[in-house]
Design a protein around this ligand. Structure first.
Ligand code: GAL
Length: 428
């Protein structure tokens, strides 16, 4: 019997996907939201240099990811390898990658599990091995974002999609270099059910659009389980609604729901809306991947993406937040979320997606649900955007502006919430 159990256990260990990465949501920068196809050596390098100068690496932003449009449209006719576009990369992608590594960052690239990438460059379907070797051996990548365009009909059931993404997963593992593997399958074929068995993170929706709540028919789905085309042009709150019920599918032992790169700094939302966007992505444990031009970033935007306490919640060894309630208000809803952190402390987030200021009461019964012991205690509530601390018992009465968020860490550890100063993160 023991031998049988050992055999079964050993067998399941060899089957599990483990490249040693993805214990925390990844943090970094991706070129797509701001630059789309307008990338080249200068854009990527200047971004890395500026991120270094701003200290963003120390905040955790470690991956510099170059998205679509770096290759020539045709593969090499003899080797069948992808060919870098020498006009965009006069010194070659390898030299770019080395420079990024010298700066202390990790380097990421992009491909598609299809015949072409979404912008029409060569995709890796049926070329997984050769491309994984090019990415690793020639370009020394540490991260691959793997898209879904031109998949030649190899989709429509979870298993068919799974096989397509598994092929690249295996090819990357076979190179022997740890490569963070980030699926970009837009939430089709219930990727949240199987993504963790081949990858470190998985996109759960169509592309983000830099808007708080603008409706767009090109993002037809309003909930995660919509069977229609996932589309793109999805507003921040559209993605939020799809992400919340899927929190239970993500965590330190599986991997992460990817809500798409951040739009902070791209100009489509107000400062309060960007604070809400950043906070919600952080508590739901989405990857925190900047998507703006960091070489031209306002002080407000820098301060948003460098809120150390909110980053600490995102990077904490715990599961995504769960939503306790959602109540209709003018133009939207009030939403209450709870995070239970590794050390047993709690974070509570109140989000007003409506268009008017609201007064509300947060009952401890709601925050702690069935946990009567905690519901009877008093807590120091430290609000993480203002750094104000208040001692609270039983309930917290508060008011919240339109399109805004408040987030409190209850009895926040002193090394994270510096309760002696009013500004808790560094200034630009
Ligand atoms: C989309 C993907 C975007 C971006 C783009 C590149 O499918 O969702 O994030 O990578 O392709 O063409």
């Amino acid at each position: 019997m023991r031998i049988l159990l050992l055999f079964i256990f050993g067998f399941s260990l060899t089957l599990a996907f483990d490249n040693g990465l993805g214990k925390k949501p990844q943090m970094g920068w991706n070129s797509w939201n701001k630059f789309a196809c307008n990338i080249n050596e200068t854009v990527i390098l200047q971004t890395a240099e500026k991120m270094k100068e701003l200290g963003l690496l120390e905040y955790g932003y470690e991956y510099i990811v170059m998205d679509d449009c770096y290759a020539l449209k045709e593969r090499d006719p003899i080797s069948h390898k992808m060919v870098e576009d020498a006009a965009k990369f006069p010194n070659g992608i390898r030299s770019l990658s080395r420079r990024i590594h010298e700066l202390g960052f990790k380097f990421g690239m992009y491909s598609s599990a299809g015949k072409y990438t979404c912008a029409g460059y060569p995709g890796s379907l049926h070329y997984e091995k050769i491309d994984a070797e090019t990415f690793v051996n020639d370009w020394e990548i540490d991260y691959l974002k793997y898209d879904n365009c031109f998949n030649e009909g190899n989709s429509g059931t979870p298993q068919i999609s799974y096989q397509r993404y598994e092929a690249m997963s295996k090819a990357l593992l076979q190179t022997g270099r740890p490569v963070f593997y980030s699926l970009c399958q837009w939430g089709e074929d219930q990727v949240w059910d199987w993504g963790s068995t081949v990858a470190n993170s998985w996109r759960i929706t169509g592309d983000i659009y830099d808007s708080f709540d603008r409706y767009d028919d090109r993002c037809p789905c309003q909930t995660y389980d919509c069977r229609a085309v996932q589309g793109g042009m999805c507003s921040m709150t559209n993605i939020l609604e799809k992400a919340v019920p899927l929190g239970q599918k993500a965590g330190p032992f599986s991997g992460w729901n990817d809500l798409d790169s951040l739009e902070v700094g791209n100009g489509g939302m107000s400062t309060d809306e960007y604070k809400a966007h950043f906070t919600l992505w952080a508590i739901l444990k989405s990857p925190l991947v900047l998507g703006n031009d960091v070489t031209d970033m306002s002080k407000e935007d820098f301060n948003i993406v460098t809120n150390k306490a909110i980053i600490a919640i995102n990077q904490d060894d715990s599961n995504p937040a769960y939503r306790v309630w959602k109540k209709p208000v003018s133009g939207g809803h009030l939403h209450l979320f709870t995070n239970i952190l590794k050390d047993g402390t709690f974070a509570v987030t109140l989000f007003n997606s409506g268009n008017k200021v609201n007064n509300t009461v947060l009952n401890f019964e709601d925050i702690f649900l069935t946990d009567r012991v905690n519901a009877a205690k008093s807590f120091e509530f430290t609000e993480l955007w203002t750094n104000e601390t208040t001692l609270v018992s039983k309930e917290l009465s508060t008011s919240i502006d339109a399109h805004s968020v408040k987030i409190w860490w209850l009895n926040c550890p002193k090394d994270i919430c510096n309760k002696t100063t009013s500004v808790m993160h560094d200034e630009l």
